[in-house]
Write a protein that binds this ligand. Structure first.
Ligand SMILES: Nc1ncnc2c1ncn2[C@@H]1O[C@H](COP(=O)(O)OP(=O)(O)OP(=O)(O)O)[C@@H](O)[C@H]1O
Ligand SMILES: [Mg+2]
Length: 260
């Protein structure tokens, strides 16, 4: 907010803010978000569910009577949501996303190599050689951590196969969660989704092979959008500029919208 309002007169300027939240958060959590944004200097706060913002950000026809499925793999959470007629029809939110994969890598390296890795190293190695399914050209990377026995720094070589093994369970839990959502989605909507495909967004969706793995497991076309990590913020921008068109979509609209 400070960055965005850098050249504005601070005293009188209370910006209007559209902010994304994970789908299915509680009223208490919603209120906490609203209060935090107000305390940061906002005048009006409008809250939107992140998968809905992502869908708008990639210009899906969210108001139309067709079903769309969005999977947003972020840092802390993965949101799986089915959207139709301007609303989230069904959604599931789980704490398996980029940071969990990093933790998986840390646990794996601790168990297999008796080395304690830092969070940043885990992130780097995941981005460098992490894959969701087997690749034709094997990759490896040197990682350094603290030897759990001697307490001294030690370097080992880790391969793409190691990372795959480390994150396998989490990836399969994600696949299962998506299957569960599909199973509880009304049949006509599932048929829309099978026809239109599932849209994959979020930073962690960039894990090499993630798209292919989901396509193979779910047997539904998966589209990884361009710049998947900015879909949500692009959507909130579009909503901010067209608040009236999207008023029914906002999930917490305690503030009055300005006159047309
Ligand atoms: N090339 C990559 N391969 C795998 N993971 C990646 C890659 N680039 C970024 N990530 C992961 O993406 C995650 C961040 O994604 P994103 O920016 O969508 O999260 P966020 O929206 O801040 O989090 P949340 O949606 O949980 O609130 C990080 O955990 C990061 O490790
Ligand atoms: Mg996100």
């Amino acid at each position: 907010m400070r960055k965005a309002t850098l050249n504005m007169p601070k005293k009188f300027f209370r910006p209007r803010v559209v902010i994304g939240v994970p789908s299915g958060i509680t009223n208490v959590e919603r209120r906490a978000v609203r209060d935090a944004v107000k305390n940061a200097g906002a005048g009006e706060v409008h809250i939107i569910e992140e998968p809905m913002a992502a869908a708008i950000g990639i210009r899906l026809p969210v108001h139309d009577p067709v079903g769309n499925m969005i999977i947003d793999m972020g840092g802390g959470t993965t949101d799986i949501a089915v959207i139709s007629l301007g609303g989230v029809v069904i959604a599931k939110n789980l704490h398996i996303a980029g940071e969990k994969l990093n933790q998986d890598i840390i646990s794996y390296v601790r168990d297999e190599f008796k080395i304690l890795l830092g969070e940043r190293t885990a992130e780097e190695v995941k981005v460098a050689i992490g894959t969701a399914q087997k690749i034709s050209e094997p990759m490896e990377a040197a990682i350094r951590g603290r030897d759990l026995v001697t307490g001294l720094p030690r370097e080992v070589i880790i391969t793409d196969a190691d990372i795959r093994e480390a994150i396998h369970d989490s990836i399969m839990q994600l696949v299962d969660a998506i299957k569960e959502v599909l199973e509880s989605t009304p049949p006509e909507v599932v048929s829309d989704i099978m026809h239109r495909g599932i849209v994959l967004v979020g930073g962690a969706a960039q894990l090499l092979g993630m798209r292919d793995l989901l396509e193979r497991e779910l047997k539904i076309p998966i589209h990884l959008v361009d710049e998947p990590y900015t879909a949500v913020v692009r959507g909130t921008g579009i909503v901010l500029e067209n608040l009236h068109n999207y008023r029914d979509i906002l999930i917490d609209n305690e503030d009055e919208l300005p006159p047309r």
